[in-house]
Design a protein around this ligand. Structure first.
Ligand SMILES: Cc1cc2nc3c(=O)[nH]c(=O)nc-3n(C[C@H](O)[C@H](O)[C@H](O)COP(=O)(O)OP(=O)(O)OC[C@H]3O[C@@H](n4cnc5c(N)ncnc54)[C@H](O)[C@@H]3O)c2cc1C
Length: 417
């Protein structure tokens, strides 16, 4: 078993979070090694939709973009389809693998080393550094960034615990010759409490998937059957895959010599499950905080706590409001969901919601606030979750520290429709 020479930082995981942290640290001149058990960087289950702010902030090679998204067709359980269209594209459907790999390529160009096909089985911090154990050998570094994605046992092993709520995502590639708009399907039959999607990519193909707390594969099979019978898809290519998505962040994302970033830390939009942008944002903060701590030669938890302070001041309010809105949505009946979407799609309200500066694919709290505060849309919702209404409609970011009512039951209550 060969031991690898010391580096400043070992990053575990070559997803968006790990690659971008490695890039930031390597650009500061630190010695970085990224370890991932996958051989193909970035090849993890994902739909690959990112908002325009993500693209602006973390540019993408235009050849990786399959499509621009300016409109979405929402298919409701009662009451049919509602089309939401913005004046300009709000998001892009991208080749996720190529995009994530581009961060790794830039990190390599900046000097980071990559060890692929190696699974990290243990991370052991001590007074003088950290030992990272893989099947191939032991690696030593001054600090470790844990960016190993959802459900890594390493977070527990290091004493960070596990995220307290999550959902399963399941997806397959379909032949879909005539689909050229993103379609979102709502309703308890399709994806209870969440949603299903049909997302056209390129070459007559589309991604068919959904999020569900239970029986995700069975729901997908039923959804695929429905899309086939409606003639929207012409069969599935290969098999479906599933993977978890955190809905809540870890309470603590730092300790002596270790930071946790990305899905491993639960930095994911609880509304949609999108995590690429927030992983990239959090990894920038992680690189800056860790770079500073390396320069100080002080890798204590106290010094690294700056990372959590900064990512929370950027994201915690979004995550809290998003989670509360998610629980509210899970609580609503199909009839209530249909009625809300129908109303939101009506001419005046739709242009009001999608036309203003609050419309953002990346920051959902603003649109949640608009809906909760809307005289017609929000009246029933404010009754169900008054705390969300108060939190979402107040622009004070320090409120993020306060717990929101997230204890609503997931079963539909006997509320008036
Ligand atoms: C079905 C589905 C659809 C999604 N669609 C979207 C979307 O459209 N837009 C969006 O923004 N987000 C989407 N997401 C979420 C998004 O994929 C994640 O939020 C994002 O990939 C998180 O990046 P990460 O770097 O934290 O983790 P990951 O991308 O999961 O990367 C973690 C890496 O760590 C490696 N690893 C794990 N354990 C070890 C170990 N022990 N040793 C070595 N390596 C290890 C893994 O191989 C992996 O490469 C989706 C997720 C799912 C499940």
């Amino acid at each position: 078993m060969a031991d690898v020479q010391d580096v400043d930082v070992i990053v575990v995981g070559a997803g968006p979070a790990g690659n971008n942290t490695a890039l930031g640290l390597a650009q500061m001149g630190y010695g970085v090694t990224v370890i991932d058990w996958r051989r193909d960087v970035g090849d993890k289950l994902c739909t690959g939709i990112v908002g325009q702010e993500c693209i602006r902030r973390f540019p993408i090679d235009p050849s990786f973009i399959h499509r621009e998204v300016a409109s979405v067709q929402a298919v409701t359980p009662f009451g049919g389809d509602v089309r939401f269209e913005a004046a300009t594209p709000q998001a892009r459907i991208i080749d996720r693998v190529a995009y994530v790999a581009s961060f790794a390529n830039r990190a390599r160009d900046a000097g980071a080393g990559y060890l692929l096909g190696q699974r990290v089985s243990a991370i052991e911090p001590d007074k003088h550094g950290v030992t990272v154990v893989t099947g191939e050998g032991k690696h030593r570094a001054r600090a470790v960034v844990l960016a190993a994605g959802f459900g890594s046992p390493l977070t527990r092993q290091l004493g960070f615990g596990a995220v307290t709520d999550h959902v399963t995502g399941v997806q397959a590639v379909a032949c879909a010759r005539d689909v050229d708009e993103v379609q979102v399907y709502l309703g308890r039959d399709v994806a209870p409490g969440f949603f299903a999607w049909l997302v056209p990519t390129h070459g007559g193909r589309a991604l068919v998937g959904l999020l569900a707390r239970r029986h995700a594969q069975a729901h997908l099979a039923a959804f695929v059957g429905r899309l086939e019978s409606e003639g929207k898809i012409q069969g599935i290519i290969g098999t479906s895959s599933s993977w978890g998505l955190p809905l809540r962040p870890l309470k603590r994302t730092f300790r002596d010599r270790v930071l946790v970033v990305g899905d491993a830390a639960g930095q994911v939009k609880p509304t949609s499950g999108g995590g690429i942008f927030y992983s990239l944002l959090a990894s920038e903060i992680a690189a800056k905080a860790l770079g500073g701590a390396l320069a100080d030669d002080d890798l204590s938890a106290a010094n690294l706590s700056q990372y959590q302070t900064e990512w929370k001041s950027l994201l915690a309010r979004e995550l809290e409001i998003g989670y509360s809105a998610r629980r509210l949505y899970e609580y609503m009946s199909d009839r209530q969901v249909s009625s809300l979407v129908q109303q939101a799609g009506s001419k005046g309200i739709c242009s009001d919601l999608t036309g203003g500066p609050d419309m953002s694919f990346d920051w959902h709290s603003r649109i949640i606030a608009r809906v909760m505060g809307h005289p017609a849309l929000g009246s029933g919702l404010r009754l169900i979750n008054p705390l969300l209404a108060r939190l979402a409609c107040r622009p004070d970011p320090t409120l993020a520290a306060q717990p929101v009512n997230s204890s609503l039951p997931t079963q539909v209550a006997d509320l008036p429709d």
